[in-house]
Design a protein. Structure first.
Length: 440
């Protein structure tokens, strides 16, 4: 595709085209792009391709790209490349951009300051509307967004943020103070990205200012950067809930050996857990030998417990991610899930009871003279197993959160494996209670 045609597309579309090209064409296509869009296109490339580009580009080209990138996008790139490349890349920047890059990288990993940009419009409260717009025309080109004007005092402490729309309908001669209400929402530099996501969601803002603890304005974070973080967080949680370690890169960019390693760890843990299920079956060997018919219902019992546990774990993990639940709500959750588990277990138990009754009396299946006792065994076992499954699935995420671990680690396969073992114990305990002297 000719560079003149390519340059008319949106930068994200250009990045997609480059990603789809052959290895020997990607760099050539990128170098042919106009200077004014290279930096933006580069920010949309995958982390793996960005690293390859930095290694292949000459120092002049790399400096040009990094120099013209938005500071928050540049920080994200520098976070994902090897330490040796970080040093080389930063040294290519001008003194001004180098100071910005080092400042952003100096904040702890995971805090919102890593995503902020120092390019925004700020003004003083005694400025007139006309002076403010003159200032925007002169310095606003590099600003990340022009939705708000941030008003600061003489010590650069934030005192208000004003929507541009408000200024457009105000007389040019009035001062900013005349439209100020001294009400604003801001993020603190050390706030976690997770908490910042909830701030954006709660206040429905396109951008939020970032201040130090004492209120000094140091940058802003825009919604597009928060959206990227939401996607990363949700992807990581989905992977963990599926019993896989979180991937650093996308599925297609993750090397085969790395993919196997991240899946193997959990599979080994789950396999070890299932070995306990085998041990539980061995413990009830005599009961199984005396009533082989019990074996037929083992998959039904343990899968019902595992499924109910997985459902509960998924619901609680998501509720905690949305801040609907906290650790303090554990008793409320326990009560609710015990009732839910009993209700769900009763529904499944009745279905199991009817299955045995109908099969024995109308379809020719023969469960023996004690079919009714067997049916009640299935009924009560399902109630117990499903109750235990929902309780385990709901409490494990809260326990992990209490231990300062990621609740998403309580993956559906993990909960199902844990419930399998206890499901066997509950099932054969009920069978021993109801069928001793009959089938056993």
């Amino acid at each position: 595709m000719q560079d003149s045609v390519l340059s008319k597309l949106h930068p994200i579309d250009i990045a997609s085209i480059i990603e789809s090209q052959k290895e020997n064409e990607k760099l050539i296509t990128f170098l042919m792009l106009p200077k004014d869009i290279k930096a933006e296109v580069f920010s949309y490339l995958s982390p793996v391709l960005q690293e390859e580009m930095i290694q292949k580009l000459g120092s002049t080209q790399t400096a040009e790209v990094l120099e013209n990138m938005a500071p928050d996008d540049r920080t994200e790139i520098l976070e994902n490349i090897p330490d040796t490349l970080i040093k080389e890349s930063i040294n290519l920047l001008s003194d001004k951009e180098k100071n910005i890059a080092l400042s952003l990288l100096g904040y702890p990993e995971g805090c919102i300051a890593r995503l902020m940009t120092p390019y925004y419009v700020q003004a003083k409260k005694d400025w007139t509307i006309k002076r403010t717009f003159d200032h925007i025309k002169k310095y606003g080109k590099k600003a990340e967004t022009l939705n708000f004007v941030y008003v600061v005092d003489d010590n650069n402490k934030l005192i208000d943020d004003i929507r541009i729309g408000m200024l457009l309908v105000t007389d040019d001669k009035q001062t900013l103070e005349s439209v100020m209400d001294y009400e604003y929402k801001s993020l603190i530099t050390t706030m976690s990205k997770e908490d910042a996501i909830h701030y954006f969601d709660k206040y429905d803002r396109a951008a939020l200012p970032v201040t130090t603890v004492d209120g000094t304005l140091v940058g802003i974070v825009t919604f597009d950067d928060i959206m990227d973080e939401i996607e990363k967080r949700d992807t990581e949680d989905f992977q963990k809930l599926g019993g896989v370690e979180a991937l650093e890169f996308s599925y297609t960019e993750t090397p085969l050996l790395s993919l196997v390693r991240k899946r193997a760890v959990w599979l080994i843990v789950l396999f070890a857990g299932e070995m306990l299920t085998a041990s539980a079956l061995a413990f009830f060997e005599n009961e199984i030998a005396a009533a082989v018919v019990l074996v037929m219902f083992i998959p039904l019992i343990i899968s019902s417990g595992g499924n109910s546990g997985s459902q509960a774990a998924t619901l609680i993990v998501r509720a905690m991610a949305l801040k609907e639940l906290t650790i303090k709500d554990w008793f409320y959750v326990m009560r609710k899930e015990l009732f839910s588990g009993f209700s769900l277990g009763l529904i499944l138990g009745v279905v199991g009871f009817l299955k045995i009754a109908i099969s024995h009396n109308y379809t020719g299946a023969d469960y023996g003279d004690h079919w009714l006792a067997l049916a009640f065994t299935i009924l009560f076992s399902l109630i117990g197993v499903v109750m235990w499954g929902t309780l385990s699935g709901s409490m494990i995420p809260i326990l992990l959160k209490r231990l300062k671990l990621d609740p998403a680690t309580s993956s559906a396969p993990l909960v199902a494996t844990l419930v399998d073992v206890t499901g066997i114990v509950i099932y054969f305990s009920v069978a021993a209670l109801l069928l001793t002297g009959k089938l056993i």
